[in-house]
Design a protein around this ligand. Structure first.
Ligand code: OGA
Ligand code: NI
Length: 391
């Protein structure tokens, strides 16, 4: 664990930035005893990257990636106006439904990513969640850190990077993660400041869930399954959200907002503000997906890859940071409930022909524990659940 960092900026006195995890407090302060009293007096302990970002002109060493693992921003494909398919969901409800279902099948199998417009989530609802997210992260540190936790099992928590307990290099991101279905089970543990936080978040979560259920029916159909087939494999269903906050970063070439990863859940619906940062791995290259107003980005998660028996792909993606603008993104992670048993459906399996089951059955709890039990890695957890896997 390399969370103990010191970065010193010169002036009349030394300013000492300590970024440390709660579990390291004892270590850090016992270490400080050896430092001169004047430095101790100006030392501040910072849990969140948003509270160091504006006072450093270099990325502290615990955020610096080794050479072989840097974003290489000059090699990213950024020019394409439309880097992933854009699908108009309005047409799902009309005579062109079959065409839209085909577009979805193509997007899910070839890209693992698509953008949607006319998705039915009201513009006001989107504006309100973006506003409360921005307000939340602008609150004083003392208000924000009340929600801080490094325990991935907590159903509402503010944290930083990805999994601070396990990772060697930190990421330039803070995030508030919330469970949000059923809303009434969790709303009382969500932040109550800013004052409209709970109402705006509940409204957004409910509206996005309606959208996800429509998408799940269409995706079921696109796989040749009955409409409610995917929904019926998810047990009681689960829905989590993250409010991601990426502060401006003095050296965006050295670090990530989030390094390359695949989402472990079923399907992700991402709302992003007007600042670019998301990149998707396609044909051996990283491709920037620029924000388009009033659209969401949807990506296939690992559970959908299993349920489609590998027809649809959970694809590597990452978030990079930039030196002059903060960025907010709000992914909704739709997932099975913990006790749901996931496996490729019988309808998609034919052991005699060329479509044997690629994955064994497992509970979502088992998968989730594997995912969070390690640092964020480009190697997918999926391989561990293959029929042929020996682990
Ligand atoms: C995520 C994610 C991308 C982004 O939170 O899993 O991929 O643009 N976020 O913030
Ligand atoms: Ni992701």
């Amino acid at each position: 664990m390399s969370l103990y960092t010191q970065s010193m900026t010169c002036g009349m006195g030394l300013v000492l930035h300590l970024s440390l995890s709660l579990s390291r407090l004892h270590f850090c302060f016992s270490h400080l005893n050896a430092i001169t009293p004047i430095m101790v007096a100006s030392a501040t302990s910072k849990l969140l990257v948003s509270d160091i970002a504006s006072s450093v002109d270099h990325v502290p060493s615990n955020y610096v990636r080794p050479f072989s693992d840097r974003p290489n921003l000059s090699e990213v494909e950024t020019s394409g106006a439309v880097s992933i398919p854009l699908i108009d969901l309005q047409e799902l409800h009309g005579p062109n439904r079959a065409d839209i279902i085909n577009q979805l099948a193509h997007a899910c199998s070839t890209y693992g990513f698509f953008q949607i417009k006319n998705h039915g989530v009201p513009e006001k609802t989107i504006e309100r969640i973006m506003t409360v997210a921005r307000e939340f992260f602008r609150q004083p540190e003392s208000e924000r850190v009340k929600h801080y936790s490094e325990d991935p099992k907590k159903t509402t928590r503010l944290s930083t990077s990805f999994n601070v307990g396990l990772e060697k290099v930190s990421n330039w991101r803070d995030f508030l993660r919330l469970h949000c279905f059923p809303v009434e089970d969790f709303i009382n543990e969500w932040p109550s400041s800013p004052v409209s936080f709970r109402e705006a978040t509940a409204e957004y979560a409910t509206s996005v869930r309606t959208l996800v259920l429509i998408l799940l029916e269409a995706i079921s159909e696109s796989l040749g399954l009955v409409k409610d087939r995917i929904s019926n494999t998810l047990g009681k269903h689960g829905q989590h959200m993250a409010l991601n906050y990426y502060p401006p970063c003095p050296q965006p070439d050295l670090t990530y907002g989030l390094p390359g990863h695949k989402d472990p859940n079923l399907i992700t619906v991402l709302l992003q503000d007007e600042v670019s940062g998301l990149q998707v791995f396609k044909d051996g290259k990283w491709v920037a997906v620029h924000p388009v107003p009033n659209t969401f980005i949807v990506n296939i998660g690992d559970q959908m890859q299993v349920i489609s028996n590998d027809k649809y792909k959970s694809v590597l993606h990452r978030a990079v940071v930039n030196s002059d603008k903060e960025r907010i993104s709000i992914p909704t992670f739709y997932c099975p409930s913990s006790d749901a048993v996931i496996s490729p459906p019988q309808e998609l399996i034919n052991e005699e022909e060329d479509s044997p089951a690629v994955y064994r059955s497992f509970t979502y709890a088992e998968y989730f524990d594997k995912f969070w039990g390690r640092a964020l890695a480009t190697e997918s957890c999926l391989d561990l659940f293959k029929v042929t896997s020996t682990s």
